[in-house]
Design a protein around this ligand. Structure first.
Ligand code: ZN
Ligand code: ZN
Length: 82
């Protein structure tokens, strides 16, 4: 069981559940994703555009951007060691 984020009613946490009181698609709202920022990795709602923890952009985020970002981080780490 989980709570409807809009009206607070107890609803099933199964995928596709719609709140019987207010009709909100609870499972969609509750879907979480990991922040793509390697040093952050906060668990955040898929509805958000930006990570509330580190502020990086989440929507339209694609894998090549992630690789670029990860490479930058690795370069920074390597440079610090020298
Ligand atoms: Zn509801
Ligand atoms: Zn983040």
């Amino acid at each position: 069981m989980t709570k409807c984020p809009r009206c607070g009613k107890d609803v099933s946490s199964r995928p596709g559940t719609i709140c019987p009181r207010c009709g909100l698609k609870v499972s969609e709202v509750n879907q979480k994703t990991r922040c793509p920022e390697p040093s952050c990795r906060a668990l955040i709602s898929k509805k958000l555009e930006y990570c509330p923890k580190c502020g990086c952009k989440l929507k339209n985020y694609n894998f090549s951007d992630f690789i670029k970002m990860a490479r930058c981080k690795i370069d920074e780490t390597l440079n610090e060691k020298e």
